[in-house]
Design a protein around this ligand. Structure first.
Ligand code: SF4
Length: 350
């Protein structure tokens, strides 16, 4: 963390001192919540990152308690419905066809398999079922099959989320018509750093898909990855970009890079756990209404670190044994952790 801190941190926002009656992250208003701010600046975001850890956590807690039931965690289960052989070159991803990672490619799963896995996730306590397909962008037939999966999973009473690469406006409309709730499309990092991680598409491409998704009336799931060699400034800029979107994403996954052998990012220093928690806390403050999801990398986190992430405002997890192609804490460990913390899965569908 220290090497990434701005040497002369800008002054913290007034609310950081605890003297401002307006909850940080909002424009004030009734019930102490108001509307989420969309005018965050990079300087303000950096000032939050530069706060002493206890003060940052205090601010994040205030925002979290004003907007959410801190006792509850939203549980999503992620299934890879089409694995590997992706033509993109995302440097962190074992599913890119460009890297030797040992991930076997699989075509789109049969509908019956997806429904069976969704039923199992629901029985284990998940309320949202996320379907991930390793595509640059889905073709017409792919989209028809994914639409059928969405309809079937929605019919079970689960929320649905899909991630399948870039979408044109008409494709987003098609998924909305099938009953899709969320579309996931991560910005990953700042626009400035993006080109060092992915060269086969641009940041602007990502923003265009997010626009199509938003305009189709789908909820947006969009976040980033910590630990790819980005600076603290890149992390702050990512959060500023998310906060300045026409509407804040409803779901914001914060991933800790899982270093997969064979990918260009296989080697590198580990993320300082406190830096990771700081990123969650700043996301919570700047995106007060969003579900902030503790996502990839959770398998390697201690129970204590996960509890700290919940204190910082994370209120959603991926739940189940696998996260696309990498591991995830098993269901029993998650259930035991929530019980030890006096927390519970969120039952309500959003
Ligand atoms: S992150 Fe997605 S788009 Fe990038 S290589 Fe992996 S599957 Fe393809």
């Amino acid at each position: 963390m220290p090497d990434q801190h701005p040497s002369a941190a800008p002054a913290a926002p007034a609310a950081a001192s605890g003297t401002n009656a307006r909850p940080l992250g909002t424009d004030g208003g009734a019930a102490g919540r108001g509307a989420p701010r969309q005018d965050w600046t990079l300087e303000e975001a950096l000032a939050l990152f530069a706060l002493p850890f206890p003060l940052l956590m205090h601010q994040a807690q205030q925002v979290h308690l004003a907007w959410h039931n801190a006792r509850q965690i939203q549980m999503s289960t992620l299934l890879s419905i089409k694995t590997g052989a992706c033509p993109e070159d995302c440097a962190y991803c074992p599913q890119s066809v460009r890297y030797e990672t040992g991930v076997a490619s699989e075509p789109l799963l049969p509908l019956a398999t997806v429904v069976e896995r969704a039923r199992a996730a629901q029985a284990a306590g998940a309320t949202r079922f996320c379907m991930g397909a390793a595509f640059r962008s889905p073709k017409r037939r792919d989209l028809e099959q994914i639409g059928a999966m969405v309809r079937a999973v929605r019919a079970l009473g689960l929320e649905t989320c899909v991630t399948a690469g870039m979408l044109e406006p008409g494709q987003a409309d098609e998924l909305k018509a099938a009953g899709l709730d969320y579309y996931n499309h991560n910005l990953d990092t700042s626009a400035e750093f993006y080109g060092q991680i992915i060269t086969t598409r641009t940041y602007q491409d990502r923003l265009a898909t997010l626009k199509s998704v938003r305009e189709a009336g789908l909820k947006v799931c969009c976040g980033g990855i910590i630990g790819m060699g980005e600076t603290l400034r890149d992390r702050a800029q990512l959060l500023v970009t998310l906060a300045q979107l026409p509407e804040h994403p409803q779901s914001v996954p914060i991933n800790q890079l899982v270093r997969v052998p064979g990918t260009p990012l296989a080697a590198g220093p580990p993320v300082d756990p406190f830096d990771f928690i700081r990123t969650i806390a700043v996301a919570r403050i700047m995106l007060p209404r969003a579900q902030v999801r503790l996502s990839a990398g959770r398998e390697s986190m201690s129970d204590e670190l996960q509890a700290l992430a919940f204190l910082a405002g994370a209120n959603s997890i991926f739940y189940g044994e696998k996260l696309l192609t990498t591991g995830n804490p098993d269901v029993l460990r998650d259930q035991a952790l929530l019980q030890r913390l006096g927390m519970e899965p969120e039952q309500r569908l959003q």
